[in-house]
Design a protein around this ligand. Structure first.
Ligand code: HSE
Length: 324
């Protein structure tokens, strides 16, 4: 991820969906929605936002991108105290699409590129997982594709799986926000051995099915008893959608990360995409909830440095600029 034209670097990082049903805090997949971050050395720190959706996000040294950049510099033994940062994002916030993980990876990847990429992707993964406390979203955003990962508190081991070519993704993004902390607070502290075995077997089967392209197994392999049943009360309509999505053309369905977004996998060569979208939307509406449906692709690249791209995130006067 070295930008040969250094001076300024620009990275593009995908959104992600975590868990994929049973793989709680373990499985993740990157999605074709993106955040772009540009970064360069400056005399004083400024953060520019291009586009909508940044209300309430600090535009000074409290900004997450600035903070994670400093973490990278510290780890690399470099000092770059003042930065000009520009960002644009298509990833909805607090919806279960890994927006904070994407921002962390974008800040880290840009900072690392700015100083000549001294840190490996694996080191960035460990640093990012240390912040998020689980590797599923950050791993998918960093490496692209599907990630199976385990975190021991210091190190994240992972395997990247190339998504089956036929896999296409429908996400249904409710209009309301759901904080991850809230969605984690409803989880039980203990599980029965039956439920633990239920999840281990589905998660293992799902990983193997994705690895070998056995899309016919997804409907049963994406079932979960660890988090989704407890989170159902927070996402009206979720239970019915997960139960019946396969009857309307889905290969499998799950809560995306901590929610409230719902995710369905489909075979891109199948023919019932419209029926599935209509079904999911109508269930949400039965509960009085408006939701945005998006058809996405698995992203295959993860975090990339867009070398040679013309800078468009550093106009001299973007509305919202605040200097620290
Ligand atoms: N695995 C996490 C969870 C993803 O389900 O809580 C949310 O960031």
């Amino acid at each position: 991820m070295i930008n040969e034209n250094a001076g300024s670097v620009r990275v593009r990082v995908p959104a992600s969906t975590a868990n994929l049903g049973p793989g709680f805090d373990t499985l993740g997949m990157s999605l074709s929605l993106y955040i772009w971050v540009e970064m360069r050395r400056a005399e004083r720190t400024t953060v520019h936002f291009a586009g909508e959706g940044f209300e309430g996000i600090p535009a000074d040294k409290r900004n997450l991108i600035y903070k994670v950049a400093q973490l990278v510099f510290e780890e690399a033994g470099e000092s770059v105290p003042e930065l000009e940062i520009g960002m644009r994002s298509d990833i909805p916030l607090t919806r279960g699409l890994g927006s904070s993980a994407s921002a962390i990876i974008a800040g880290m990847a840009a900072a690392n590129a700015l100083i000549g990429s001294p840190l490996s992707k694996e080191r960035l993964f460990d640093l990012a997982t240390g912040l998020e406390r689980h590797p599923d979203n950050v791993g998918a955003s960093l490496f692209g594709g599907i990630i199976a990962a385990a975190w021991d508190g210091e190190r994240a081991d992972y395997v990247r799986i190339e998504p089956p070519q036929a896999l296409k993704v429908l996400v249904l993004i409710p209009e309301f926000e759901l904080a991850t902390s809230e969605a984690r607070a409803v989880l039980p502290q203990q599980l029965s051995i039956q439920d633990a075995v239920y999840n281990i077997s589905r998660s293992s089967l799902l990983t193997a099915a994705l690895f070998s392209g056995r899309l016919d197994l997804l409907a049963s392999a994406m079932r979960d008893r660890l988090h989704q049943p407890y989170r159902a009360a927070l996402v009206p309509g979720m239970e019915k959608i997960l139960e019946q999505a396969s009857d309307h053309g889905a290969l499998g369905a799950a809560l995306s990360g901590a929610g409230p977004t719902l995710l369905a996998f489909v075979d891109r060569n199948g023919g019932r995409h419209g029926e599935l979208e209509t079904f999911m939307q109508s269930v949400m509406r039965e509960h009085g909830i408006e939701a945005r449906a998006l058809w996405l692709e698995p992203d295959l690249e993860g975090a990339v440095c867009e070398t040679g791209s013309r800078s468009d995130l550093f106009p001299e006067l973007i509305k919202g600029e605040i200097s620290s």
